[in-house]
Ligand binder design. Structure first.
Ligand code: FES
Length: 102
């Protein structure tokens, strides 16, 4: 595994999300209501809309365009119109930093 330093834990408020770009790809880093962190692909699987503009509720993220909801832990679609799950990436917190394995 290669852990990549994405941001500080304090860069993301509880139930919020930030965009993280790395080597030409875009991701989101999400903090849930219990201060757990997740990383998924940054674009909705329905159309290429940036999920960083979406809304995080507990451990789900809602796409800002057509309101598909994804489970941040698994990437699974909970609400259509998206039908393809989001890809997720291992995430850990170390020394106040959020690290992801891409
Ligand atoms: S672009 Fe995300 S649900 Fe349509």
């Amino acid at each position: 595994m290669t852990w990549i330093n994405a941001c500080a834990t304090e860069d993301i408020a509880p139930e919020d999300v930030i965009r993280f770009d790395h080597e030409g790809r875009t991701y989101v880093v999400i903090r849930d209501h219990e201060d757990a962190f997740y990383c998924t692909d940054g674009l909705c699987t329905h159309e290429d809309v940036h999920l960083c503009d979406g809304m995080v509720v507990e451990a789900t993220i809602e796409c800002p365009k057509h309101s598909s909801i994804f489970d941040c832990r698994t990437g699974e679609v909970e609400t259509p119109p998206a039908c393809e799950n989001l890809r997720t990436y291992p995430t850990r917190v170390a020394g106040g930093r959020v690290e992801i394995d891409l």
